[in-house]
Ligand binder design. Sequence first.
Ligand code: FPP
Ligand code: MG
Length: 320
Amino acid sequence: MRTRKPVSKGVLVELKRFEARFLSVIGASARDISEPCVKVVEAGGKRLRPALVIICANLGNKTNSEELFLSAMGVELVHLASLVHDDILDAAKTRRGVPTINESYGEKQAILIGDYLFGLSFQLLSDCGNNSLITPLASASLFLSEGELRQRRDLRRLDQSVHDYLDRIYAKTAALFEASCSMGAIIGGLSSVDQERLREYARGLGIAFQIYDDILDFTGDKKVLGKPTGNDIREGTVTLPMIFALEKNCLELAEAIDDPAQEKVEEAVVAVKGCGAIEQARSLAKEYVEKAEAAAGNLRESQGKKDLISLGKFVIDRYH
Ligand code: FPP
Ligand code: MG
C-alpha cells in the first residue's frame, strides 16, 4: 500500500493481529497441507476483504472479537481458494511475483489445496456459531463460480456489452466485497438500513476495483504486477478497456484476440492504450467509486465511515 495510508491506525492494528492469527491457523494443518497453504497466505495481498469486515464491524463498535477474526479469515480464504483455482484454469506461472501453487506443486495438488482452503473457510465460519454469517459467504461463493463460468463461456467473444461485463465482474469480484461488508455489518449489529448502505458501498467498490485491475493488465509494470501485461488478451478474456476499444474498431485488438501471438498481443496493448479506451474505462471506474462514496456518505459520522471513503480513494490511487 503506497504513500497514502488506506485505513486508520486502529484498523491497521487489527489487520496485524488478523495476519498473525491467520498464519497460525493455516500453519496448524498437517505439514503437507500447511506448507503450500502458508505459501499462499505469505504471498501477500492487500487484505482488502478482511479490512472491510473489520471496518463494518467497527461501525457497530465491535473490535477484536473472535467472531470478527474468524469471519475475516473465512472471507479471505474463499478469495485465496478462488485465486488458486483461477491460476490452474489460466495455467498461470506466477502471481504476486512468486510461483503459483500449480507451478510449484502441480495441477492436481493445487486443485486439492484450493478445495482445502475453501472448506477451511466454512469450518472457521461455523466455529463462530452464528448461522447468519454463513449465508452471505455461501452466496458470494456461488457468484464467484458463476462469474468464472460465464467468463470461460464468453472467451474470445467480441460482441460483449458493457452490461455483460458489469454483470460478470459483480459475480467474480464485487459479490465477495458485498459479503465482507455484510458480515461485518451483521457482527456490528447494524440496522438493516445501514446493512443495505454497506452492501451498496461494497458493490460500487468491488466493481471499480475489478475495472482498475483490468486496466492494469494494459498499463501495469510487470515487476509491480508480478505477472506479464496483455494477459487478458492472451487468454481471450474481453475486459472493459477491450470492449471500449472494439467499439472504436480497434483492429489490432480483434486480431490479437483471434490469434494471440506475442507480437500481436504487444501491438494490441499499444493500440488499446492509444485509442482512448483506458481513459474511458477509468472514468467508469471512478463513477463506481463515487457511487460507493455516496452510499457510505449516508452513514453516521464515524472513523469507520472515513475508513470506507479512504479505501475508495486508495483503489483509485493505486492506478495513477
Ligand atoms: C481473479 O481475477 C479471479 C477471480 C476474481 C475469481 C476466480 C473464481 C474461480 C476460479 C471460481 C472458484 C470459486 C470458489 C468459490 C473457490 P482475474 O482472473 O481477473 O485476475 P488475475 O489476473 O489476478 O488472475
Ligand atoms: Mg485470472
